[in-house]
Design a protein. Sequence first.
Length: 411
Amino acid sequence: MNPRFIFAGLVLILLAVIPQQVLALEPSCNEISINTYSVRVTAGNTVNIAFLVTNNSAERFFIDTANAYDNSTSFNVETDGYDREIRAGESGQINVSVKGRSYNEGIEEFGYIEFRGHFLGGNTCTLDDTTVQKFRVFVDKQEPIVSNPPVFEPNANDCRDIDITVPETLNIEGNGNFDVTIDNRTDFRVNVRIFAENVNVNPTLISIPKNTKITENIAVTASENGKIRYFVESPFCSFEKETVVNAVPERTLRELIGIGVNVIGKTQEFEAIVRMQNLSENPVYGEIGVNAPANWSVVGNTIVELQAFETKEFAFKITPDKALTEDVSGSIEFLSNGEKISIPIEFKKQETENPIFGTMFALLGFGASGLTIGLIALIVILIIGFFLLAFYSRKQKKPIVLVTKPKEVRS
């Protein structure tokens, strides 16, 4: 047999046996791409979008960080989460939040998105290795609140296979969110159009594919009482539901946060224990600190992150520059979203000890704070000592014996 044919056959067998990953070239950062598109948002509202990230390499890719940003005064862009792992040949997504601030007709403005990560084999992609992607952002004028939605004729005869679950009432404190669940068990697409009276909602349209159940999160802004109406439409039926919105006055920071403070120590070192409780159903973020004289040392964690109804304790070690000769006033201050809570505290000086009794009770093992206890103990010791001394003295005394000579008797 010709050796060339034998060699060629061996090569073909090796190609069939060796895994494809072994023969693959090292992955390149250029094989990771982001598909961006233009975004449209209404002034005063926020839209959440997802940009597709495709891994065109033969190796798994991990996104270490993703950042969305802008340089506009008409809108704000920020990252809202992303898929950490994207398998070879598959796609993930980077979620972006775009908030419209002011109408920018005729102005060409962009948002930007960048990322860095690494492949399973160890190759890394830095911000310099990946291209910053940009996307056009249009900010539309804020639409007037719909007070008279279109006339809607319910026809629920054939809607037995469509269910929509909405809250009957909502209490909204400025801004809030709620869920709408639609179960479409028909063979047709169903649309839900949302109209708001005296409130703002986003989104205003939900489209549900056939035989699909989805839950959509709705953002709502309410400064006064109003209604949200949902018009459910399919090719063969339609019906309506509504939610009553009660606008709740926004609470102050003092109404949202409960703070208790306990200061321990005297004269040269203090510890302030601050107990904070979030009294609301929304997270609270801010900074906490100790207001003390400028030349004092204050050590402690100042970052506050409290989830709904969560309670945490924060400890601060406070060291004056010298021993206190008088009481000093200070405060615990908490700052969040431009609001501040100030709790007054006081650093106490050391109380002066009586020099005689202080020394006496120090020898007995009592400090000045235990003066009464020490005095009682001293009296008890003196009484016991007196009785012991009396008993010992009596035991040592010898009895007195009188000796007399016998008288002589003369005969």
